[in-house]
Design a protein around this ligand. Structure first.
Ligand SMILES: NC(=O)CC[C@H](N)C(=O)O
Length: 315
């Protein structure tokens, strides 16, 4: 643990210690380390991106912004949509309805594990796994997948002041290769009674994963969770952040909570979102992944920032 920050947090805004120069130094090292990762191959278009692409933005609740890398890059959110889908469903349906259909237990299995779902008798263990997010996608309002995805996209754009758009190219790429793992998850969820219309639900899930963002859109989404704009969202945001902390990086969640201590969610595109409660958000994008499917460069950068600035919520 960094000596500099072993002391108690006496209300100091730790992000004040951030400078553009420090950020640039850390980003250089993160970019170097990202070479240790691999691009995912099961979605053809994700396998074709330039692995050296990198973007990071830190936004604070007081309006400060730090940004490095390519601000014009657009990337699909993939699993980073999961906490935002959860937020939407909690706000609209309430805690009781949501947790009748999905659990809150961490898992030590991969994000698309059928074994985990089978061990749990078809009960989706948490909303950060594909099984849990698929069940929540089934609860979005709308007659078909297009209208359900549109609904979530507009809701997020309205409340987070961002400009997410559905990336049709990546969606086509997702659809071009059948994903047997997700198909088996959905069949199991149907058998256990958590999903009624498997085709619409799988298509909705695929579409919301293909909502694309710039690094600044992603940081804006983070601010929504960092400090809820509406008092009635307080509890929902607290629940989402707790689940990001315990489940957001799959098998790596526990280790990251100890080393970094920030609610964090990753996606296979290399996008990562970390929340610094009451202070701001860190949005990072770097495509190469570690074996668990988390961005090597993004996690390195967030860990370095958190330890150097003392950002852990447990300080
Ligand atoms: N970890 C992820 O980002 C997974 C999302 C991706 N759409 C999938 O289902 O495989």
């Amino acid at each position: 643990m960094n000596q500099e920050h072993s002391g108690v947090n006496l209300g100091v805004k730790q992000l004040d210690g951030l400078t553009q120069k420090r950020l640039e130094t850390w980003v250089k090292e993160a970019q170097r380390r990202s070479q240790l990762g691999q691009l995912p191959t099961y979605i053809p278009q994700l396998a074709q991106v330039n692995p050296q692409e990198f973007g990071v933005q830190i936004l604070t609740l007081t309006g400060k912004s730090y940004q490095t890398g390519d601000a014009t890059l657009r990337f699909p959110l993939m699993s980073v949509i999961k906490p935002l889908l959860l937020l939407n469903r909690l706000v609209e349906l309430g805690e009781d309805e949501v947790f009748k259909r999905v659990g809150v237990q961490p898992s030590d299995q991969p994000f698309n594990s059928l074994e985990q779902l089978q061990t749990d008798d078809g009960w989706p263990r948490n909303p950060m796994l594909n099984s849990g997010a698929i069940v929540l996608a089934a609860l979005l309002p709308g007659q078909n997948a297009d209208s359900r995805c549109d609904y979530l996209c507009s809701w997020l754009n309205q409340f987070a002041h961002c400009q997410l758009i559905l990336d049709q190219d990546i969606l086509e790429s997702v659809r071009s290769v059948p994903n047997p793992k997700n198909q088996r998850l959905i069949a199991t969820l149907q058998a256990s009674g958590y999903v009624d219309h498997p085709d619409i639900t799988l298509d909705t899930y695929n579409q919301i994963c293909c909502l694309s963002a710039t690094i600044s859109d992603l940081a804006q989404l983070g601010l929504l969770l960092a400090q809820p704009s509406q008092p009635q969202w307080q509890v929902c945001c607290r629940i989402v952040k707790a689940l990001m902390m315990t489940c957001g990086l799959y098998q790596a969640s526990g280790q990251f909570a100890v080393q970094v201590g920030l609610p964090t969610k990753s996606g296979v595109s290399g996008a990562v979102l970390s929340i610094i409660p009451q202070q701001g958000a860190i949005a990072c994008y770097s495509p190469p992944l570690d074996p668990e499917g988390n961005s090597v460069g993004s996690l390195f950068l967030i860990q370095t920032m958190a330890q150097s600035l003392g950002l852990s919520v447990f300080n």
